[in-house]
Design a protein around this ligand. Structure first.
Ligand code: BES
Ligand code: MN
Ligand code: ZN
Length: 519
């Protein structure tokens, strides 16, 4: 059951849990002061007593005293006057949910005070609390059939009390559409590979037609006609048929119309007048193929479709909030299995671009899938910019760990835009080197037998993977590659991201589109 969230004009609630702000230095907000009065000084005493000082994100939970109808009072640190960042507000919303879900509490009221000590307008801050709450309340529990009620999250509803509740409701609606996109992505990456195989993933995306997204699905026959030998080679060992998923959201009302031309001027050094394109790696399970992976941890490879998951969730977010932009999402969906029909190390395949590839390692399959998906996208849509997303290399986890995704980009302006968008939403990316064709890292993937091979040596594995992709980018097309192998799945909770599938990338690209293509 999703958390129910509503907004109302400020009034202290008579029941349930209530959260009020305390500024750094133990200074009570007006709501906290009001509660202090009705509890005979309980709040002031509580903040004097311990380490809680009102620092951003601190929470002090009190059981409400007799005489008050409420069950709990939560004092929330909102930091130094004027210093609360948007991401801090989201985190507070998320942390309150996490704190209460194990207590049995069912309803929470968050008091948003209208005082000048905040950098956000109250309605905006209220919407951010709600966004953080929704994102943290996510849970993938559909296959848990025996969970006891006491082990289930208890919180059912949140009321955010703020000035201008109508404004907050509207601001929240757009943010919640993005949250729905994130949650859709989390669901897709969490599903096991026996449920989400290529056709099932395409069918999930087909549901976006309800939101006005045009969805086209191609099978192996059509891909063979298009000459997609690289993608098809990856799927040839699987009993599940590979699919090419093409999603279009036309939010400007007429491609090439005046709105489309206007935004083109703002994009990176773009020549193309087409849509903004997103391309996703959708390997629904990656065994490694004949170059098979070790057993330990192989179950993680159910989320090797994380790039496609983000592209699908992003389309849902953009269509959901009716973004004024033309966008396409293209995903190569395939299962990488070893079998009597599987491709072998040493096989040479011909990609849609005409370039030939010697497959040295069948476990370097993501780049083979992307090679054809990227080429198809450019030939079909002449996009003004392309971003691809892929759980592409284990090496990116060694380089960057789990907090930043790897960014590779052939356009400095686009790179700066993506870095800024990532910082803004708490999905940071870190740029790594990309060499020109024929230079340094690029030479590593030259082959003796074909135009290129699909792996370099171990050194700089994420970079040579990006170099491989770059060989399928046409001259003059601004392009960024996000290696999300380290950020797609989390083993630890964060304030707005419970452990498991993160949806990392949806908010980042939604923000990037909003900041650079919708104005
Ligand atoms: N899907 C994997 C990369 C990966 C590893 C994602 C760990 C998430 C967690 C990819 O297809 C792969 O197997 N890459 C190889 C490339 C190598 C053979 C050059 C790798 O990273 O080991
Ligand atoms: Mn692999
Ligand atoms: Zn893979």
């Amino acid at each position: 059951m999703p958390l129910k969230i509503s907004f109302a004009a400020p009034k202290l609630p008579k029941t349930g849990a209530v959260a009020v702000g305390v500024l750094e230095g133990r200074k009570l907000s007006p709501s906290a002061a009001a509660l202090d009065k009705s509890t005979g000084g309980l709040i002031a005493r509580a903040v004097k007593q311990g380490r809680f000082s009102g620092k951003t994100g601190q929470i002090l939970e009190l059981v409400a005293p007799g005489g008050l109808g409420n069950s709990r009072i939560l004092l929330v640190g909102v930091g130094k006057p004027g210093a609360l960042k948007d991401l801090d507000a989201e985190s507070i919303g998320g942390s309150l949910v996490a704190r209460l879900n194990g207590t049995g509490e069912q309803s929470l009221t968050i008091m948003v005070d209208s005082v000048e000590e905040f950098s956000q307008a109250p309605a905006h801050r209220g919407a951010l609390y709600a966004l953080g709450a929704s994102l943290r309340a996510y849970r993938f529990d559909k296959y848990k059939t025996k969970e006891k009620p006491d082990d289930k999250p208890s919180l059912k509803s949140i009321t955010v009390m703020t000035a201008n509740p109508a404004v907050a409701t509207r601001a929240s609606a757009a943010l919640q559409k993005v949250a729905e996109g994130v949650i859709f992505t989390r669901d897709l990456v969490s599903e096991p590979a026996n449920i989400i195989h290529p056709k099932a993933l395409a069918a999930e995306a087909k549901n976006l037609e309800k939101l006005g997204v045009k969805v086209q699905i191609m099978g192996e026959r059509e891909m063979r006609k298009l000459g997609m030998g690289a993608l098809l080679g990856v799927g040839q060992g699987s009993a599940e048929e590979a699919q090419l998923l093409v999603m279009r959201w036309n939010g400007t009302g007429g491609a090439g119309g005046s709105a489309a031309k206007k935004v083109a001027a703002k994009g990176p050094s773009a020549k193309g007048q087409g849509p903004v394109a997103f391309v996703g790696k959708g390997v629904t399970f990656d065994t490694g193929g004949i170059s098979i992976k070790p057993a330990g941890g192989m179950e993680d490879m159910k989320w090797d479709m994380g790039g496609a998951g983000v592209v699908i969730g992003l389309m849902r977010a953009l269509a959901g909030r009716k973004a004024k932009v033309d966008v396409v999402g293209v995903c190569g969906l395939v299962e990488n299995m070893p079998s009597g029909t599987a491709q072998r190390p040493g096989d040479i395949v011909t990609s849609m671009s005409g370039q030939t590839i010697e497959v040295i390692n069948t476990d370097a399959e993501g780049r083979l899938v992307l090679a054809d998906a990227l080429w198809y996208t450019q030939e079909t849509f002449k996009p003004r910019a392309i971003v691809d997303l892929a759980t592409l290399t284990g090496a990116i986890i060694i380089a960057l760990g789990h907090d930043h995704a790897g960014l590779f980009c052939n356009d400095d302006k686009m790179s700066d835009q993506l870095i800024a968008a990532g910082k803004g939403v708490g999905e940071p990316v870190w740029r790594l080197p990309l060499a020109e064709l024929g230079e340094s890292y690029d030479k590593e993937i030259n082959s003796d037998a074909a135009d290129m091979k699909n792996v370099g040596n171990r050194a700089g594995g994420s970079i040579t993977a990006a170099q491989f992709l770059q060989r399928f980018i046409q001259k003059g097309t601004p392009w960024a590659h996000l290696d999300i192998a380290g950020t797609t799945w989390a083993s630890k909770d964060k304030p707005t991201v419970p452990k498991g599938g993160t949806g990392f990338g949806v908010r980042l690209l939604d923000r990037w589109v909003a900041e650079n293509y919708e104005k």
